[in-house]
Write a protein that binds this ligand. Structure first.
Ligand code: GLN
Length: 261
């Protein structure tokens, strides 16, 4: 018993030493000060319904990982945001036409988009998956032969589906937003859709009458915040600095956990 107690004591001492070591680490006040030009207001465009990244919750509030990240960064960097929920394709167009300053919409960083957008560092990584109606007998790309699949205009998922359409003999039909695309699959007009995995998984978990066949997940991509190429460099720099700060101070992880646990 005595031996056990002294072992325990030794353990406790090691733990408190470790805790002391920890507290010597720099605190969150070591983060970058707020950017100059504080108080600037930016219009940030986003998708309409792309949970858990952006969506309207049960109380009617527009929420999500992207919404919280951009608000946390705005607070950290001392700028104001007006979030406009336009739809994915429309959000990208709004930035290109100068109607919005930036876009955060679960937007994948791609070489093609880099021709017209400047991106922040990645803040999330997601795969694309095929999804089908619950109980569907479509299990693989081979089963899509002669059928029609649904995609969302302007997305990575749309590009991916189109890239394999000829090979597997299916046709592609486009929708403007994810809920309409899912409804079409559930109604049986189209036999499958292509969607970002975390979004599809979230919807299935929330009760969407759909399922994700095994092994039908493809090539991951990184999400980034974007501005029009060559424009709004100040906003992009503030986003970058703020992202680094909220990652360092735990706010970023808190936001992710809040929507994914
Ligand atoms: N990540 C995908 C893309 O960038 C889909 C984004 C979205 O639908 N909001 O194309």
């Amino acid at each position: 018993m005595k031996k056990f107690l002294s072992l325990l004591l030794a353990g406790v001492m090691t733990l408190s030493l470790a805790a002391c070591g920890g507290s010597a680490e720099p605190e969150t006040d070591a983060t970058e000060p707020a950017a100059e030009g504080s108080g600037q207001k930016y219009v940030i465009a986003t998708d309409t319904a792309f949970p858990p990244f952006e969506f309207t919750d049960a109380s009617g509030n527009f929420v999500g990982i992207d919404v919280d990240i951009v608000n946390a960064i705005a607070e950290d960097q001392g700028f104001e945001v007006e979030i406009q929920s336009l739809g994915f394709d429309a959000a990208l167009l709004a930035v290109q036409s100068g109607q919005a300053d930036g876009v955060i919409a679960g937007m994948s960083i791609t070489d093609k988009r880099k021709e017209t957008f400047d991106f922040s560092d990645p803040y999330y990584t997601a795969d694309v998956t095929m999804a089908v109606a619950k109980g569907s007998d479509i299990k693989s790309y081979e089963d899509l032969n002669g059928k029609t699949v649904a995609v969302k205009t302007g997305t990575n998922g749309a590009d991916y589906a189109k890239s394999i359409a000829d090979q597997y003999g299916f046709t592609v039909t486009e929708f403007k937003d994810s809920p309409t695309m899912y409804q079409d699959v559930i109604a049986g007009n189209t036999v499958a859709c292509f969607e970002d995995y975390p979004v599809m998984a979230y919807n299935v978990q929330q009760g969407a009458e759909m399922e994700i066949p095994e092994g039908m997940t493809a090539a991951g991509s990184d999400y980034g915040f974007a501005v029009k190429k060559g424009e709004n460099a100040e906003l992009l720099a503030a986003f970058q600095a703020g992202l680094a700060n909220i990652k360092a101070n735990g706010k970023y992880q808190e936001i992710i956990d809040n929507y994914t646990k």
